[in-house]
Design a protein around this ligand. Structure first.
Ligand SMILES: [Zn+2]
Length: 294
């Protein structure tokens, strides 16, 4: 019997992976292309990226299913393949791992808004997420990670869908911006409000990813730790993106600048650390060294 992820969390800081989208683009995915279709067409490349993160020191990688809910896939005309592409995403990651490693089923946002801001109902969101959650669980992921959520109500829909369609643990990370009053989602949800509501719906772990660099994420971890006793996740971006003279998207934090906040993140109470936009296996490798030297 393999130890479960909660045993590992009690033991030490757990290392997640870094960016997937940027790695796929490096391997030829077109900007605006559908990452999830690569789970059917470029299986070997997706598997290779997962392996590169495990080799760099990741304890768990996230499946290539960030945009895999049915509503998001519909925007590529692939909604009917929701179950197939998520099942494939899970299987590729499970096949890439060794026995002592873990797989998290990634569930990113729909990109749409609930009424009255948008045209969707909560039932429609739940349905779109349920197909994905069921397929990821069927494919053998150890837990689900609902991530980059900018609307608490959407996150709650995804959490309900995940809990109804599987029995594996579900973690949720919101994405917060920093302003003079503190950390808020673009919909104006505070950390305390998000965490209170998600805990009422029996989430197993909470945290934040994307938007913030590792310095601002470190401050946010302190606030999140005060808002929940649950396992805490942080995946910061490698700073802010800009477009270089040759048209590449570059991020403002280099590896050393990114990782120098990690000891303080641990001090502030984070349990699972990974990277988000702009990070790659080199960032995770250095992050793992810093964490092991703690
Ligand atoms: Zn990101």
């Amino acid at each position: 019997m393999e130890p479960d992820i909660f045993d590992l969390i009690k033991e030490r800081t757990v290392i997640l992976d870094g960016g997937m989208g940027t790695e796929l683009i490096r391997h030829g995915l077109k900007q605006g292309g559908c990452s999830e279709s690569w789970n059917a067409e470029n299986t070997d490349i997706v598997k290779k990226i997962h392996k590169s993160y495990y080799d760099a020191g990741s304890d768990a990688v996230l499946t290539n299913s960030f945009g895999g809910n049915k509503i998001k896939l519909d925007s590529h005309g692939l909604g009917e393949r929701c179950h197939e592409l998520n099942l494939a995403a899970a299987k590729i990651a499970v096949n890439a791992k060794t026995r002592e490693k873990y797989v998290a089923g990634s569930m990113g946002p729909t990109g749409k808004f609930l009424k009255p801001h948008g045209e969707f109902t909560e039932e429609e969101f739940e349905k779109a997420y349920a197909i994905q959650a069921q397929a990821l669980a069927e494919g053998g992921v150890d837990f689900l990670l609902i991530e980059t959520q900018y609307d608490l109500n959407e996150a709650l829909c995804a959490l309900r869908a995940a809990k109804k369609s599987s029995s594996i643990p579900v973690f949720v990370t919101m994405t917060f911006n920093i302003n003079p009053r503190g950390y808020f989602t673009i919909m104006g949800n505070s950390v305390a409000q998000c965490f209170e509501e998600l805990q009422k719906s029996d989430v197993h772990g909470l945290g934040a990813n994307c938007t913030l660099d590792s310095a601002d994420m470190t401050g946010l971890i302190k606030i999140m730790r005060d808002a929940t006793p649950l396992p805490l996740i942080a995946q910061a971006n490698a700073g802010q993106p800009s477009v270089s003279s040759d048209g590449q998207i570059v991020y403002s934090q280099d590896i050393e600048d990114y990782v120098r906040y990690i000891p303080q993140m641990i001090e502030n109470g984070v349990n699972l650390i990974g990277g988000c936009c702009g990070t790659n296996p080199d960032y995770i490798k250095r992050m793992a060294e810093v964490i092991r030297s703690q």
